[in-house]
Design a protein around this ligand. Sequence first.
Ligand SMILES: [Fe+2]
Length: 287
Amino acid sequence: MESPNSISKIERCSGLSEKEFYNKFVKNSVPVVVTDKAKWASSEKFTPEFFKANYNHLKRTINGKTYTLSEIIDLCMASTPENKAPYPNIFDLNNDFPEYVDVIPKIVYGKSNRLFSPLLLNVFAKRTNQRQLFFGGKGCSFPTLHIDYLGVHTQLTQIIGEKDFILYSPDQTPCFYPDKVLRNQSPVNILDPDYSKYPLFKNAKAIKTTLKPGETLFIPSGWWHTTYIHNFNLTYAIDHVNSYNWNTFMDEIYLSARQNHPKLAWMIKGYKVVLGKTFDVKETLLN
Ligand SMILES: [Fe+2]
């Protein structure tokens, strides 16, 4: 298996067992597109008309302006690179589409997704974006190059339209001049980089893929990424914590707690070890 910094393209895979997937991609921190685990997403059910007819009570406020879901969909359908729809338009599956929480199959990578375990304190699980839907339109791009918060893995399933994903391996972090406070955000505009301000970005090597309906992209913990959209678009995203990124996840929680509750933060270190061992034993017994 290649090391992350030598990966030159994002493979597509199918037919792998969860264990094979974990050993080949998760353990080696390799992004990949899974083509056979989300047939539900390419069904003809999830159309713009379906969402407008059934979910127009949903609203979002973006840049100070509140829109209904129908308005968001119409703006995304009319979006152009010169006149972009507001973005990102994020809806939460648990709160906004609860009837689909148990219907949409979960993709599990060899071990459990610890974010969904009742053993994990809700106060920690809720710090992540567990299940989200992103609507977008032509020309929309995620605002910043970033690493997903708290070191989670992300799986993104395309439902409508096609979306470009641009990824950079974790070892290239100095090329992105991470913000000193928001360490997972880069100030570099990768579409129009200012090399006088960010000269190391010249050395950065991106890998790209275009995700199609029914396909799922696995982005391992710590990979920098952003997106670009060519047409009306809907993507489903789930955060993922397993044995590979458990320590990273809990260490990020600890660092955040240390700022606000320094006297309690040390307890998180103990919690990480005890609960990590408990998960390891439980997952060994299950596999
Ligand atoms: Fe992300």
